[in-house]
Design a binder for this molecule. Structure first.
Ligand SMILES: [Fe+2]
Length: 427
C-alpha cells in the first residue's frame, strides 16, 4: 500500500519540475557534475581526517584572513577554541552532574542511565548562554551570512545574537550511542515544500549549483522549517548549530561528525529525489552516473521519514545517498578542551559517533548561533515566558522543568545575554 503522503510527495515533485524552467535537462546536467565533484572531494577529505575541520582561537576571530573565513564557509563547520575558560566550563559540568543527581524527576535517555537530559533552564545553561564570549562568537558566525539582495532585511540584525535554549548531554565512556545517525536539522520535507525555504536552494534547482550560497540571507528569514508543527522541530533560523564542550573529548570519544562541504551536500541532497538508480543499490556500479536516471514518478524523498504527524530528516544513508560516501566523508571534529565550542552550518549533515572509547564523560551544552530576525524575535518572546514560568521552550515537548538549581535572571553573565533572552537588561 502506498504511504498516505505518496500523492502529496508526487505532487510536490511535479510542481517543482514545472516551476523551474527546463528542469529535467538542467537538473540532469547538474546531477552528473555534482557526482563528479563529490568523487574528488572524498579523496581529499578521507586522507586529511579531522585536520580538515578548521580550528581557530576565539581571540583571533576578528583578525582571521579572508582565506580562513572562506574555508570556514566552505566546510561549514568550525572549532572555536577557548571561548570560555577551562575551569569555568568544567565547573558547569560538575554543577550539571550535581543537578541531575539531586533532581530525580528529570527526563532524558537512555532510561536507567541517563546521558541526554531534557533540561533547558539549569543555572549552568543560563550562564553559558549569556557568557559574553559565546554571544560574541554567535554574532561572528551570524555575520558569515550575507544579503543576497533578494528581499527585505527589515528587522534583521546579525550583530545582535538571540538565545535558543536547548539541552545538554553528559555521555559516558563505553556506551554505544545510535540516537544520532547522519542527519540535517531545521526542516525536513519543508526544504522542498515551503516556497520561502525552497528559495534558499533555487540555484541548485535551476541547475546552477556552483552559484548556490548557503549563507544567502533572504530565503532563510521567512523559511518555515516546521510546516507540520512536529515536536522537536526547530521553528527558528539558527545560522549555525553548536555546542560548548565541558570536557576534553577527542575523535572516537563520542564526538560530533560532519560532512565537510555544505554546498556539495546541499546540492546532492536537494536533487536526489528527482533521480533513481537503474541498478540494485548494492551493485558495485551504483556510483556510476550512467546508472542513475531522472525520474519524478516515484513517491519518495529519500532520507525524509514520517514522524509524529510530520516528517524528520533529511537522514542520508549509504543506501539512499551513496555518492556522499558517508563512511569516508563523515569527519570527526578535532579534539576539544573544556571551553572550546563547535559550530556547524544549519544545513550541514552531522552525526554523533557511535563509540566512546575514552575514559571520561564527554559533556556538551547545545548552544546554537541565532541572529535577530523578526521570526526569531517572536520565538524569543515566547521562549522568555517559558523560562519565567519554568516550562519547556516552545519548540520542545513538555517535560518537567521546575527544579532546585534552575537559573534566574540574576544569574545571567552579561547584559547582552539578558537581551538575547528578551529580558530587561537591568535586573
Ligand atoms: Fe542534529
Amino acid at each position: 500500500m502506498a504511504a498516505p503522503y505518496a500523492e502529496h510527495f508526487l505532487d510536490l515533485k511535479r510542481q517543482i519540475a514545472e516551476t523551474y524552467p527546463d528542469f529535467e535537462a538542467r537538473a540532469t546536467q547538474a546531477w552528473g557534475d555534482i557526482i563528479n565533484e563529490l568523487d574528488k572531494m572524498v579523496a581529499t577529505v578521507s586522507t586529511q581526517g579531522s585536520d580538515y575541520i578548521p580550528q581557530v582561537k576565539f581571540s583571533e576571530l576578528s583578525s582571521l584572513s579572508l582565506e580562513k573565513v572562506e574555508e570556514i564557509r566552505r566546510i561549514g563547520t568550525v572549532v572555536i577554541k577557548d571561548v570560555v575558560d577551562d575551569a569555568e566550563a568544567r565547573s558547569w559540568q560538575d554543577s550539571l552532574k550535581e543537578f541531575v543527581k539531586v533532581n530525580p524527576d528529570i527526563r532524558g535517555f537512555p532510561a536507567g542511565d541517563m546521558q541526554f537530559f531534557e533540561l533547558y533552564w539549569t543555572k549552568p545553561q543560563v550562564q553559558a548562554r549569556s557568557h559574553p564570549n559565546l554571544l560574541a562568537a554567535s554574532a561572528w558566525l551570524n555575520k558569515l551570512y550575507r544579503d543576497n539582495g533578494n528581499g527585505s532585511l527589515d528587522g534583521v540584525d546579525l550583530s545582535t545574537p538571540l538565545t535558543y535554549a536547548d539541552r545538554f548531554r553528559i555521555r559516558h565512556p563505553g556506551v554505544q550511542w545510535d540516537a544520532h545517525p547522519p542527519h540535517i536539522d531545521g526542516g525536513a520535507i519543508e526544504r522542498w515544500e515551503d516556497t520561502a525555504f525552497r528559495t534558499c536552494f533555487d540555484d541548485i534547482l535551476t541547475g546552477q549549483w556552483r552559484k548556490h550560497d548557503p549563507y544567502a540571507l533572504s530565503g532563510r528569514l521567512n523559511a518555515r522549517s516546521s510546516l507540520y508543527r512536529r515536536p522537536n522541530q526547530a521553528t527558528v533560523f539558527r545560522t549555525f548549530q553548536g555546542w560548548l564542550a565541558m570536557s576534553e573529548t577527542e575523535p572516537h570519544q563520542g564526538t560530533l561528525k560532519v560532512f565537510p562541504n555544505v554546498v556539495l551536500s546541499n546540492a546532492y541532497i536537494i536533487l536526489r529525489p528527482f533521480f533513481r538508480p537503474l541498478v540494485p543499490i548494492d551493485s558495485k556500479d551504483i556510483l556510476d552516473v550512467k546508472n542513475w536516471a531522472y525520474d519524478i514518478s516515484y513517491a519518495d524523498f529519500p532520507g525524509i521519514l514520517p514522524r509524529d504527524g510530520g516528517f524528520t530528516g533529511p537522514r542520508p544513508t549509504p543506501e539512499t545517498h551513496p555518492h556522499l560516501m558517508l563512511e569516508k566523508t563523515m569527519t570527526s571534529v578535532p579534539k576539544v578542551m573544556p571551553g572550546d565550542a563547535v559550530f556547524w552550518h544549519c544545513d550541514v549533515v552531522h552525526s554523533v559517533e557511535l563509540e566512546h572509547t575514552g575514559k571520561e564523560d564527554s559533556a556538551v551544552m547545545y548552544i546554537p548561533a541565532m541572529p535577530t530576525t523578526p521570526m526569531n524575535k517572536a520565538y524569543v518572546e515566547k521562549q522568555k515566558e517559558s523560562f519565567l514560568q519554568g516550562v519547556s521552550p516552545p519548540d520542545f515537548p513538555k517535560s518537567p522543568q521546575k527544579f532546585a538549581g534552575n537559573g534566574e535572571p540574576v544569574d545571567f553573565l552579561s547584559p547582552i545575554g539578558l537581551h538575547a533572552m528578551g529580558l530587561p537588561i537591568s535586573v
